[in-house]
Design a protein around this ligand. Sequence first.
Ligand code: KIV
Length: 264
Amino acid sequence: MKKVTISDLMKWKQEGRKFATSTAYDASFAQLFESEEMPVLLVGDSLGMVLQGQSDTLPVTIEDIAYHTRCVRAGSPNCLLMADMPFMSYATPEQACENAAKLMRAGANMVKIEGGDWLIDTVKVLTERAVPVCAHLGLTPQSVHILGGYKVQGREQDKAERMVRDAIALQAAGAQIILLECVPRDLAARITEVCDVPVIGIGAGNMTDGQVLVMHDMFGISANYIPKFSKNFLAETGDLRKAVAMYKDEVERGAFPSHAHTIA
Ligand code: KIV
């Protein structure tokens, strides 16, 4: 696979070409994803749940993410690699810089942070210091105890309007990707339309520029449960490599997520 950069993703957005993303946590799967030409990989703090067996992502540390980022980079030298900044690792812009540097040194091309307009200064400070940022909106799992559970976000008009404003403000501050988790399809479509930067969705319908899945959900092996918006591609194909190829193909054709995997 040729090296993937943010310029490729921008070009794909302009061309209306959809792209797939998966989480990855180790070199072997990263190599499998690279050989199937998965352009973007995410070392998600979901590793707290799918690898460590925790009940949420809060116990994950910056050292955990840096370790898995090094593993994934070793297996996939050419993907655009995003790494999650874990809970409380970017509470201030200063902390964000210090911790983002650890992930960039471990091989990340971009860091992902969860939250709305309170992150504007942090996004500015990071991007001015050469750290590309993906801003994660909608269901932000690090806020599970504030949100009162893993719930769809942006159903109410005022919350939806606020999410649109946040996406625009974070983009203006320098965010180069917006990620939307568990938001209604129409809201995700609107944010994708108003943003110039690529928008990646999970549980956000098929109108976003890209899709992301937690790899354990893609293979139907999550310890706890499979979300409604996910699909077990391994059950469809009976083979890991074919499952990855099928996921990528369905995303690129706009066939996944289908109506059955969409939040209205
Ligand atoms: O941690 C993660 O895997 C994520 C995805 C669900 C987007 O943030």
